[in-house]
Design a protein around this ligand. Structure first.
Ligand code: NDP
Length: 593
């Protein structure tokens, strides 16, 4: 297909999917689905409420909370608490137990603190139970279980100026007065549901992938077959990264599987392999930082002697970089236009390969056609699987392509697409997680600062931080995140490993100098925002087909721009900048009082 034709096809496919309601097309779990925010895996054990003063309270015991707590312990700050709604540590790897769940990022770089915990991953890409086990190992290694309040939901976080502490209340009646609070709730933690008419009326079992109900399906997160689905008609709404992993397992177990697709994912090869423990044993101390930096460098268009991880993620970025070098070697100037052209060429080639792969694997031509993605690869989260497309060759797996419209209606018996009704026994909802919605809604509680303003109100016109880590007007509050920082979405825990060192250093410094309040100065915060907004490291392309990568195709206004901004030089430049800033020891831009 010629380039103009391809661009026209991409634009037409995007236009089909644009909708005025953007993020509002999704519902918060209420009514029948209200229990979606509860914990089905661990019974809540009664305990007395706790009333105490402490140095640091970490919200969330996933990798963000665990890594920040570990670095605090290393810095000598042990008077801390981790609070999490879940019955154990692990965050998304606690909640997501759907069949086939595994990390799409290589374990060598994804699993944080491998060296500190003496862990050898079993495979290049490890399954979810192994990741959950690693989270538990971090908690054990750093003595964090004794400091964890699990099965405990935060209800309110409020600054008390009389005592210069955050007063944190929970649904267990706890009152915790923390000198510092670190929020580590991750970018994708609150499940969302499609606002489909009648979804609540479905008579059979229906559940979201992040609360997989093995009592309905049989089987287990460890991969035992879902025998209870034998002879059943199963439907799944959604074909994102979660569905791509779950569908092969559903296809193998269900009597008939109906996949309701709005937009196909791009699915490249997986190529998973075992890790040889002898090879691993020869790695030299400091190897993990080297591997993480190598991956992040290649992710942000940098050049390295060797590609240590060598996978689909580094392939994407290496191709873009090589295309830029090729343009320059042909005499082009290094300009944004040259980069854009090279990026476009590399992307067209890659997506041609992705579409050709569908034809190679899927035997039925109509099914293959429906499974081809027509957008640039980084418009949506790229997926990798050696089983997903293959699942459509089973006569019992049916793609129901909604032509970009999505499922419109559900009734007691099944799902409607256009005039066609699909009777179902079980409905699986793989519609993802809230992203870009207001911080209070996403977390389920408000953080109220000294001026009586909530963080959500303070950020009504967009997020504002210094280094993505803290906000003027909210002393002693730290955010463990990605945005306005490294924005390394392909390896989220790497962001935490880096920010944890800096946040621990700031807190240790404040304690050492006897400061009771720490916050970024207004000017430093303004300068940081200006630096971010003048750069081009934004995540979100309005030309893309809608999704959470681009504000669901809605205009990227000033607030959305701020919420998607990353350090202009990319993740590695940000981490290098932050190391230098911290190591100087003067903590420029931060006020210690
Ligand atoms: P996504 O938001 O990526 O996907 C949601 C899916 O639901 C999309 O296919 C969407 O279609 C579809 N959808 C929404 N509404 C409707 C409707 N009315 N009718 C039909 N389909 C509908 O969620 P996921 O849970 O798949 O993934 C979320 C993120 O979690 C990933 O992007 C990734 O970052 C992370 N993840 C990471 C993994 C890992 O390896 N580390 C594994 C799995 C997930 P449309 O595309 O048209 O919006």
């Amino acid at each position: 297909m010629s380039r103009p034709d391809l661009r026209a096809r991409y634009a037409a496919e995007r236009d089909k999917r644009l909708r005025p309601d953007g993020n509002d097309q999704y519902l918060e779990p209420t009514g029948r689905f209200a229990s979606l925010l509860d914990d089905p895996y661990t019974p809540v054990v009664e305990r007395d409420p706790i009333d105490e003063d402490l140095t640091v309270l970490l919200i969330g015991a996933g990798f963000a909370g665990l890594v920040h707590a570990a670095r605090l312990v290393e810095a000598g700050i042990t008077d801390l608490r981790l609070v999490d709604k879940a019955g154990d540590v692990g965050g998304v790897w606690y909640w997501n137990r759907y069949p086939g769940a595994q990390c799409d990022t290589a374990a060598m770089i994804y699993l944080p603190l491998l060296e500190e915990t003496g862990t050898v991953p079993s495979r290049k890409y490890v399954p979810a139970p192994e990741i959950f086990a690693h989270a538990k190992r971090i908690a054990e290694t750093f003595g964090l279980y004794d400091r964890a309040l699990l099965s405990t939901g935060i209800t309110d976080v409020r600054w008390d100026p009389e005592i210069s502490r955050w007063v944190v209340r929970t649904d267990r009646g706890d009152v915790l007065r923390a000198r510092y609070v670190i929020t580590g709730t991750g970018p994708l933690s609150r499940p969302k549901l499609p606002a489909v008419e009648g979804l609540e009326t479905f008579a059979g079992p229906a559940f979201h992938t992040s609360r997989w109900d093995y009592s309905v399906t049989g089987g287990s997160p460890e991969g035992e077959p879902m025998t209870a689905l034998q002879g059943k008609r199963v439907g799944i709404i959604g074909t994102g990264a979660t569905a791509v992993q779950a569908i092969p397992h559903l296809a193998a177990s269900a009597g008939e599987l109906y996949v309701f697709q709005r937009t196909p994912s791009s699915v490249d090869t997986r190529g998973n392999v075992d890790i040889d423990p002898d090879w691993f044993a020869d790695l030299q101390p400091g190897w993990q930082k080297e591997w993480q930096t190598n991956f992040a460098t290649l992710q942000t268009g940098g050049i390295t002697d060797v590609d240590l991880v060598e996978d689909g993620w580094t392939d994407i970025s290496s191709r873009i970089r090589d295309a830029v070098i090729d343009e320059i070697s042909k005499g082009a100037e290094f300009t944004p236009e040259t980069v854009a052209k090279a990026f476009g060429d590399a992307d067209d080639l890659k997506m041609d390969e992705i579409r050709a792969r569908v034809d190679e694997i899927v035997t039925d031509p109509a099914t293959a056609e429906a499974l081809k993605p027509w957008y640039r690869q980084l418009c949506k989260r790229p997926c990798f699987s050696d089983e997903y497309l293959e699942a459509y060759n089973l006569p019992t797996t049916h793609i129901v392509d909604t032509e970009g419209k999505g499922v419109a209606k559900v009734d007691a018996e099944g799902v409607w697409v256009g005039d066609e009704h699909y009777p179902l026994d079980v409905l699986v909802i793989a519609s993802g997680f809230e992203f870009g919605t207001d911080v209070g809604r996403r977390s389920g509680y408000e953080i109220t600062g000294p001026a009586g303003e909530t963080l959500a109100e303070h950020w009504a016109d967009g997020q504002r931080t210094l280094h993505g880590m803290h906000t003027h007007g909210f002393p002693n509050l730290f955010i463990a995140g990605l945005t306005q920082a490294g924005n390394l979405i392909s390896n989220v825990p790497h962001n935490y490993v880096e920010s944890a060192t800096t946040i621990a250093a700031i807190i240790a410094h404040a304690e050492a100098v006897g400061a009771v309040e720490v916050e970024p100065g207004e000017e430093a915060e303004e300068a940081w925002l200006a630096l971010l907004l003048n750069g081009s490291a934004l995540f979100g392309n309005p030309e893309c087909t809608p999704g959470y990568y681009n504000n669901e195709g809605r205009p990227i206004d000033d607030a959305a721009r701020k919420g998607m901004a990353g350090y202009p030089g990319g993740a590695v430049a940000y981490f290098t900048y932050l190391d230098a800033w911290r190591d100087k020891g003067t903590f420029e831009g931060v006020d210690f009082r």
